[in-house]
Design a protein. Sequence first.
Lengths: 113, 112
Amino acid sequence: DAGVTQSPTHLIKTRGQQVTLRCSPKSGHDTVSWYQQALGQGPQFIFQYYEEEERQRGNFPDRFSGHQFPNYSSELNVNALLLGDSALYLCASSLSAGAREQYFGPGTRLTVT
Amino acid sequence: GDSVTQMEGPVTLSEEAFLTINCTYTATGYPSLFWYVQYPGEGLQLLLKATKADDKGSNKGFEATYRKETTSFHLEKGSVQVSDSAVYFCARDSGSARQLTFGSGTQLTVLP
């Protein structure tokens, strides 16, 4: 049973550029959440996607956007990158019903120079 | 807003020592509570959970009890191993999306 997968593993970008991160949820899961984890801190909720729509959003600017595809996979896009966007980006998947436990992928390490 | 306050680390213990990592949460709504563990270079793994007051979550020798009266969810293990060295995060869920709010994490190092 495949768990949550994310790509790429690492990414280096320059300030002002745009980046797209990808996530495939655990088999059978239909909901994807994205979190940002700065070095030495706990993850912060960015947003959640269900039925291809943004369901809930945390305190992040509009530069952060996402998408969910019919197969439940998801993308996180960040425009106009800032140095402060350097972080580990974690994707978590869950079921829309029931216990709704979130299972995390290994993350994408984004470095903005 | 919702928040989770976690015992600050780092914590260094000898193998077979008793572990306690304190965690308190804001008492809004009826959250589920979680402990996640993060090994170096990896994502988060769900260690245990509790969904209502007085529930005890347990896994791999770790335990935590949902205490509504003290808004606490302290993590304990009777005898730690070197392989338990990792960062531990306490979390609660909230909102219609059940998004997770995490504490700042506690780095645990267990020495042989």
